[in-house]
Design a protein around this ligand. Structure first.
Ligand SMILES: [Zn+2]
Length: 125
């Protein structure tokens, strides 16, 4: 009766990975719409393949046509995905403390805990 044991357990990290990948796709989609060259490169690809191709094959100029905000988000998303791969996802990059699940739910590409984030923002101002 209870067959839930066979169902794969979806962890927070799995869900965040999905979120990050779809955010990344959204940004790349936007890029493809804005940049004719990018459209040429990405036009023949499945949206699911697009994410893999884009950051490797797209030249820096193309990325520069994105708003600075989007480039920054894309970089954060890339970092977060890399940290998922290495098993460091969810730990603050500055102090190493574990980020609360709510923070990750709200901002899947958060790399710092709230106090460190404000400290970083003050530093970069
Ligand atoms: Zn921290």
């Amino acid at each position: 009766m209870d067959d839930s044991q066979d169902a794969p357990v979806e962890t927070l990290v799995d869900r965040m990975r999905d979120k990050l990948l779809s955010l990344k796709r959204e940004i790349l989609q936007h890029l493809a719409e804005e940049d004719t060259m990018a459209r040429g490169v990405l036009g023949n690809l499945d949206p699911k393949d697009m994410a893999d191709v884009a950051t490797e094959d797209m030249d820096r100029k193309t990325l520069e046509t994105l708003g600075a905000q989007e480039v920054r988000r894309l970089n954060l998303i890339q970092s977060a995905l890399a940290r998922i791969e290495t098993g460091h996802y969810g730990a603050c990059m500055r102090c190493g403390s574990r980020l609360p699940d709510e923070r990750l739910e709200a901002l899947p590409y958060a790399l710092f805990c709230v106090p460190c984030q404000s400290a970083e923002e003050r530093r970069n101002r």
